[in-house]
Write a protein that binds this ligand. Structure first.
Ligand code: 5GP
Length: 189
């Protein structure tokens, strides 16, 4: 089974999760969020099976060995994230389209895997300075973690041109509308 998918990638803090959450609420797009597996700790307010399938590194490794992932990655040191094949079947069997919220390398790997059945979108923050401000103000990370995310962001920005579309998230309302238009155009093709 191989239906359509939309891939959103961006440096962390660019607003891609807000965009994806907006899109899944638009019923006619028939999008369903691909819940990734990950080994990091659950944050307050997160729900197993809704935000992630939280699992131990041991279980994650076992699933790699059993070839259960479409793609997986050590996104941050000792923190593994990946897309399970079973997740795609779960969504496509309902005749829905898959939407991914993954990091930049994961996004490129998914695009390579799904080809023209997928649309890959790079969400670009207005600037690295603005990105740092957003990471600080959302208050989820220690200064050390923010440093790590910023150095990763610096590196990830270099890959924007490899995506089908670049969406600049300068003004959130506008970015949401643009995202909606891009997805509509792709799904109606
Ligand atoms: P967080 O820990 O903040 O939820 O996510 C960290 C990063 O991992 C984000 O950039 C997120 O998009 C990315 N991510 C989430 N799921 C996956 C996945 O299945 N594969 C890859 N490659 N990255 C993922």
């Amino acid at each position: 089974m191989n239906g359509k998918s939309v891939i959103f990638s961006a440096p962390s803090g660019s607003g891609k999760t807000t965009i994806v959450n907006h899109l899944v609420k638009i019923d006619e797009l028939k999008l369903e969020f691909s819940v990734s597996a990950c080994t990091r700790k659950m944050r307050e307010g997160e729900v197993h099976g809704r935000d992630y399938y939280f699992m131990s590194a041991e279980e994650f490794r076992m699933r790699i060995d059993d070839n259960e992932f479409v793609e997986w990655e050590e996104v941050y040191k000792n923190h593994y994230y990946g897309t399970l094949k079973s997740e795609l079947d779960r969504i496509w069997l309902k005749s829905k389209n898959v939407v991914f919220d993954v990091d930049v390398i994961g996004g490129m790997n998914l695009k390579r895997h799904f080809g023209s059945n997928s649309l890959s979108v790079f969400v670009m923050p207005p600037s690295l300075e603005e990105l740092e401000k957003r990471l600080i103000s959302r208050g989820l990370d220690t200064p050390d973690k923010i440093k790590g995310r910023m150095s990763k962001a610096n590196y990830e920005m270099k890959y924007a041109g490899k995506f089908d579309k670049i969406l600049v998230n300068n003004d959130l309302d506008r970015a949401l509308k643009e995202a909606e238009a891009l997805v509509r155009e792709f799904l109606n093709k």
